[in-house]
Write a protein that binds this ligand. Structure first.
Ligand SMILES: NC(=O)c1ccc[n+]([C@@H]2O[C@H](COP(=O)([O-])OP(=O)(O)OC[C@H]3O[C@@H](n4cnc5c(N)ncnc54)[C@H](OP(=O)(O)O)[C@@H]3O)[C@@H](O)[C@H]2O)c1
Length: 290
């Protein structure tokens, strides 16, 4: 891809993508709010996408835009559906019209979390939250509307922006003890690693759905302890169950308990590129915060 239309360019993944490619490609940078070199583009607006695509003629579209507040989706499912389902549908329609590759990012939360082995790409979505429902609908639309798509399901993403790692470090400023859920398993994933995978796949025509998480797994409480240990913070982490956490935070969405994804398709496709282990990727990220 030489000319890339990027949506949600100021989000965590959007920023990582721009760093990953540097000046090797031309970016048409868009987000909800216009800014320095950034055009306003709301992906729920089909005609606006069509206009910018026909004007700039990208050969790739990377959709980093989404409504990502998992708890907020429960009370704003209509708004979330517009961004997470109608938005990617619109992008897929336009990608097909202009013959561009489309990258769309999805989530481990499309699964119900009742699994007992890592989910592979062919497992069927069965979301247990509004966020998961809207993201699963987005995946379906992309598959229906466009042939040249890559759907990457990622999880527990952190980068430049609001995320779990930064929340933990900010809590450490004024708490000596915190309670973190210990019965949800998953793979913390660095936006830098996800951007590398997108770059790698963008050079191929191996279209389809991919699982795209850092290798290895943990649970939120152990993850929090690793963050504190590596950053020299003295915080006691109380390990609580999802049910105990929900009792303390009634507005929180239902989340899958077993959320480990197997990057099976990438393992089969590539002998030279794989995602880093989550622990190594975390070290690289924490170095940027020191
Ligand atoms: N974060 C995670 O833990 C996680 C886990 C699994 C999958 N994912 C997926 O990974 C992708 C990237 O996530 P991220 O963490 O980088 O997201 P993020 O940091 O929340 O950034 C999302 C960006 O999209 C923009 N946006 C929201 N609605 C839009 C719309 N209708 N039209 C155009 N732009 C819109 C946001 O603008 P405003 O800030 O102005 O709203 C923001 O700049 C998303 O598809 C997400 O669902 C994320």
């Amino acid at each position: 891809m030489k000319k890339i239309l990027i949506t949600g360019c100021n989000g965590q993944l959007g920023r990582a993508i721009q760093k990953e490619y540097g000046d090797t490609v031309t970016f048409i940078r868009t987000d909800m709010v216009a800014g320095d070199g950034v055009e306003a583009l709301d992906i729920t607006d089909l005609e606006a996408i069509r206009e910018i695509a026909n004007r700039t003629k990208p050969d790739g579209i990377i959709n980093c835009a989404a409504y990502t507040n998992v708890d907020g989706c429960e009370t704003n499912e209509e708004v979330a559906y517009a961004a997470n389902a109608i938005g990617p549908k619109n992008l897929a329609i336009v990608a097909k019209e202009i013959g561009a590759k489309l990258f769309h990012i999805s989530t481990d939360y499309v699964f119900n979390g009742k699994g007992t082995r890592p989910y592979v790409e062919s497992d069927l979505p069965d979301p247990v939250s509004a966020y998961g429902r809207t993201k699963a609908a987005g995946e379906k639309f992309v598959q229906e509307e466009c042939d040249t798509y890559f759907i990457l399901r990622t999880a527990w993403l952190y980068g430049e922006g609001k995320n779990f790692v930064k929340t933990m470090l900010s809590l450490a400023e004024n708490h000596s003890e915190i309670s973190v859920v210990c019965d949800q398993l998953g793979s913390p994933t660095s936006a830098v690693e996800l951007a590398k995978m997108i770059h790698y796949l963008g050079e191929t025509e191996a279209y389809g759905i991919y699982h795209a998480t850092c290798e290895g797994d943990t649970n939120w409480a152990d993850f929090a302890e690793e963050i504190f240990k590596r950053m020299g913070k003295n915080v006691i982490v109380h390990h609580v169950t999802s049910e105990e956490y929900a009792a303390m935070n009634p507005a929180s969405a239902n989340r899958p308990k077993y959320s480990i994804l197997d990057n099976q398709k990438l393992h089969q496709l590539s002998a030279d590129f794989q995602m880093a282990n989550w622990s190594d990727a975390l070290d690289v990220y924490l170095d940027t915060l020191r």
